[in-house]
Design a protein around this ligand. Structure first.
Ligand code: ASC
Length: 150
């Protein structure tokens, strides 16, 4: 029993430490959380994408910082897509929950591409950034095509 209790406590502590297992008081909070994380991610990604497209003057330092923030933010939204968070002020399609394995694959793909973008941005090589922006934008788009209404 002692071991079981210790295991349970350890598992509980782990759950609290890992954002992917975050708990929310209300579904509305989870929805706001994931939208907030995606918004901050998008703002930082689109700054780098704007530089890659020549719409914003290239600043290697800003690109590296923005890509690092976008990469970190890409880890967070998924905890907000828990069970019961499909209804409310959301554009998430029901398929997020009915095709969870596929959705999770897209989420992993995005995080992987964001990681590569952060590495490219840190290198300061605009060509590498351009190619990573393309791949990352593709990951954004494929998930939106399948899982976002509108
Ligand atoms: C963005 C943004 C997206 C992606 C996507 C890339 O900046 O808001 O959803 O890039 O448009 O295809």
């Amino acid at each position: 029993m002692k071991t079981r209790t210790a295991c349970l406590l350890a598992a509980t502590a782990l759950t609290m430490a890992v954002p992917a297992s975050a708990q929310f008081a209300k579904a509305e909070d989870a929805i706001k959380y994931r939208q907030g994380a995606l918004f901050v991610m998008q703002q930082n990604f689109s700054r780098v994408a704007g530089m890659a497209a020549g719409k914003i003057p290239f600043d290697a330092k800003v690109a590296a910082e923005s890509a690092a923030v976008a990469e970190f933010m890409s880890k967070l939204p998924w905890a907000g897509f828990g069970p019961g968070t499909d209804k409310g002020d959301t554009d998430a399609k029901p398929e997020v929950w009915t095709q969870k394995a596929k959705f999770d694959d897209y989420a992993k793909k995005l995080q992987s591409e964001m990681g590569k973008l952060a590495v490219a941005a840190k290198s300061g090589h605009l060509d590498a950034i351009k190619s990573a922006v393309g791949a990352t934008g593709g990951a954004c788009k494929s998930c939106h095509d399948d899982f976002r209404a509108r």
